[in-house]
Design a protein around this ligand. Structure first.
Ligand SMILES: Cc1ncc(C[n+]2csc(CCOP(=O)(O)OP(=O)(O)O)c2C)c(N)n1
Ligand code: SF4
Ligand SMILES: [Mg+2]
Length: 750
């Protein structure tokens, strides 16, 4: 059936047609739409008995799937960028174990600097892990490759990554032909595992292999990939017989018959390359292109045969081997060894920079005229680079190179928009950027009053939080209190999440304090390192705090946090609990309350919303570590929050404060109701306020009066389904029971 559909949705539907039995996924842009749609389909019962696991990290996702695959299930996951790297150990493991896992990579750049847009750095980083890597040019191909990937993976007992360009394909609406279930069933028989954990036939999987056989094991993996080079071309015909479309293959050719010049690329940029070639052909230039559809295994000999007749090859690649040049071009050069065909490396499209037809045409003309540098960086902004190089290391302002560069680019954008000319850029004038004159990263003369360092708030105005954001409010009060308590001697570490993103898009920063963002799952460890360095330097007066959302805290970063607790590192951890992964578009975390609707706990199926009885109580987990201080606080009572931060800052060792921060966007509450919603969470007993020292509760804040939980729930659309018609009185009663349990546990009614 041909439908106009978003790429992510089309892929989710294609995966569902393949009848996976277990899906585990962890949200990360731009993969989220795929897994959100699959979670909904599973919950609706559209994917048979398939289980969808909301896990605590990408490592958890792939690890769960390794188990599920070893137990004989057909399985699927999707990730990108930092998420792929977070699961790297398991990526190798899955390949070594020969498990037929299918994973979508919604290709995205890797930070730092953090960047959520498309390039191929992520899948390139793991190109040699033993997974087959297929690259889609458009969304139809993405659909077809997923269906082929399950068959390929299962035929070869080898995991397969299907790579599609993040946003460019995942978020693009295109007409796509989604096949009927019967056709897919014909093409893809039920999974028949070659190895399986089964009590009726016990086997050991993953035994240790010493030097006597490790090379042989690796060689056999290599052989599987060589077999894939034979199977993949055959699959085109098999797929065509069943699904009546030619799709996939190791590579495909465009106007290569009489071509002198071959352009080689992976993924969606092939579309623009073909357009550029069409125009150059009209000008009499004999150029063609080779789209690589299968990058691992690399079709070395096949490409050599195809390229033997050309006089020049240009490899356009969205990745960079820093200090070396091209990754794909190195493979192409190896394929052409001894043929005396020059191979140009063109690095393009990094971090989402668009690759225009005119730049590609100019690139081809420059290659013919021997004007390309090696490697060549397409559309590099030489003005910015030269200014930065000239500046040298003499000035040391906030942040490293990226911030400074962006200042140069912004300032240059301003000059251009004021009528200046671009003298240095060979290829294109970068679009004029919006100038953020408020920002303290700019020269002092261009800063506005909000940027002055003597301003009171540590988290300054000018950030981009949504209206009524509880997290922004909580962070401002908590960090200001920490600043006062430390006499302004404070360093803050931030996990990835809304607070980080809305406060610090380059070249802006709303932070008036030394502040650092590293990754999503490692903030407590980074802070432990800062604290250790301060100890080593004898700088006891400087204090360290960490800020993280609930996802960073209770899920992906829990291991690092536990380490920080059990070492009793001298760090205060502030968790801003908005009860879901908000930054990636509202997915369930281990702190999402029962029955709440998120994009991975949708209100469909037998148990609408999040499941009752799941999730974690992090203050209790922190207390179980016996650390000096654990407190809970809420933006409902900002004085109480400040007092708790002040108290915690006065103590030594690991300290933890869990702060309830309503999120109007994710909770579906009115921005103007943030404080009221937070207050009702406290007054209903759902969010008890207490303090604990060394594992024992020492104080709790009594409730002035108890309100029924409905008053809290009804202000938020994430619970709207509980109010019917007909109302789900059983669900509401079980939420009331949780509140009553808290009231009894902490003696909240005196
Ligand atoms: C290893 C890794 N996986 C996933 C992501 C994508 N990611 C960035 S922020 C975020 C959600 C943050 O949720 P939370 O910690 O609750 O903070 P919030 O945005 O809700 O304040 C996710 C899933 C990432 N950056 N790195
Ligand atoms: S999504 Fe929620 S937490 Fe994020 S900025 Fe908006 S209101 Fe704040
Ligand atoms: Mg959150």
């Amino acid at each position: 059936m041909r439908v106009q559909i978003e790429g992510s949705q089309a892929v989710a539907d294609a995966v569902a047609l393949c009848r996976p039995e277990v899906i585990a996924a962890y949200p990360i842009s731009p993969q989220t739409h795929i897994v959100e749609r699959l979670s909904r389909k599973v919950k609706q019962g559209d994917v048979g008995r398939c289980q969808f696991l909301n896990v605590e990290s990408e490592l958890g996702a792939l690890s769960a799937l390794i188990g599920a695959s070893a137990a004989g299930a057909r399985i699927y996951t999707a990730t990108t960028s930092q998420g792929l790297l977070f699961m790297a150990e398991a990526v190798y493991n899955a390949a070594g174990l020969g498990l037929p896992i299918v994973m979508t990579i919604a290709n995205r750049a890797i930070g730092a600097p953090i960047n959520i847009w498309n390039d191929h750095s992520d899948s390139m980083a793991l190109r040699d892990a033993g997974w087959i890597q297929l690259f889609a040019e458009d969304n139809q191909e993405a659909v077809d490759l997923h269906i082929q990937a399950f068959r390929l993976a299962e035929d070869l007992s080898c995991p397969v990554m299907v790579c599609m360009d993040g946003y460019i394909l995942t978020h693009a609406y295109e007409p796509v032909d989604l096949p009927d279930q019967t056709l897919v069933d014909d093409f893809l028989p039920p999974f028949n595992p070659v190895q399986m954990l089964d009590p009726d036939d016990p086997i050991s999987i993953g035994a240790m292999v010493g030097p006597e056989a490790f090379t042989e094991v690796r060689y056999l993996s290599h052989r599987q990939h060589l077999r894939a080079l034979e199977l993949i071309p055959d699959l085109i015909g098999v797929f065509d017989r069943h699904l009546h479309r030619l799709s996939g293959g190791l590579y495909s050719l465009y106007l290569m018959g009489d071509a002198d010049i071959a352009v080689i690329a992976l993924g969606s940029v092939n579309g623009t390359i073909k357009d550029a070639i069409d125009e150059l052909r009209n000008e009499g230039i004999a150029v063609g292109c080779v789209k690589i559809g299968c990058y691992r295994p690399f079709p070395m000999q096949q490409l050599r045969a195809e390229l033997e007749g050309v006089t020049r090859v240009i490899v356009v690649e969205k990745d960079l081997a820093v200090g070396m040049g091209g990754i794909v071009s190195a493979d192409v050069q190896m394929a052409l060894q001894g043929l005396q065909i020059p191979v140009h490396t063109v690095i393009a499209g990094l971090g989402g920079r668009s690759i225009s037809k005119s730049s590609l045409k100019r690139m081809i003309q420059d290659a013919r005229a021997e004007r390309l540098s090696e490697p060549h960086f397409l559309d590099l902004n030489w003005t910015a680079i030269n200014e930065e190089l000239a500046r040298g290391q003499d000035t040391r302002r906030a942040g490293p190179v990226a911030e400074r560069l962006l200042r140069v680019i912004d300032a240059r954008g301003a000059r251009l928009s004021e009528g200046g000319t671009d003298v240095d850029s060979t290829y294109q004038v970068l679009p004029d950027r919006h100038l953020h004159r408020r920002n303290r990263l700019l020269d002092e003369a261009t800063q506005a009053v909000q940027s002055r360092m003597d301003r009171m708030n540590s988290l300054n105005s000018g950030h981009r939080a949504c209206q009524g954001c509880g997290e922004a409010l909580g962070a401002r009060y908590a960090v200001d209190a920490a600043m006062r308590a430390s006499h302004n001697q404070l360093i803050a570490i931030n996990a990835t999440g809304c607070l980080e993103v809305f406060s610090s898009p380059y070249p802006e920063s709303s932070w008036q304090i030394p502040w650092m963002h590293s990754l999503f799952g490692n903030a407590p460890a980074v802070a432990s390192g800062v604290a250790a360095a301060l100890r080593a330097k004898g700088r006891d007066e400087v204090k360290v705090i960490v800020q993280g959302g609930d996802g960073a805290t209770v899920d992906i970063g829990l291991g690092c946090l536990s380490g920080m607790f059990e070492r009793n590192d001298d760090v205060l951890y502030l968790c801003y609990d908005n009860e879901a992964y908000m930054n990636t578009g509202i997915q369930r975390s281990g702190s999402t309350p029962p029955f709440a609707r998120t994009n991975t706990t949708q209100i469909v199926g037998d148990h609408p919303g999040n499941l009752l009885g799941t999730g974690k109580n992090l203050p209790h987990i922190a207390m179980a570590h016996g650390i000096p201080y654990v407190g809970t606080a809420s933006v409902a009572d900002l004085h109480d929050l400040e007092e708790k931060v002040t108290r915690a800052m006065g103590l030594q060792g690991a300290r933890y404060i869990h702060i309830h921060v309503p999120c109007p966007l994710g909770w579906g509450s009115e921005p103007a109701h943030t404080i009221q919603v937070a207050r009702l969470a406290v007054e209903s007993g759902l969010f008890p306020l207490f303090e604990a020292e060394f594992g024992k509760v020492i104080r709790s804040t009594p409730m002035r009066h108890k309100v029924p939980v409905e008053r809290y729930l009804e202000l938020q659309t994430r619970f709207k389904h509980l109010f019917g018609p007909p109302p789900d009185t059983e669900a509401i009663a079980s939420i009331q029971a949780l509140a009553d349990h808290n009231i009894a546990t902490y003696g909240l009614l005196g």
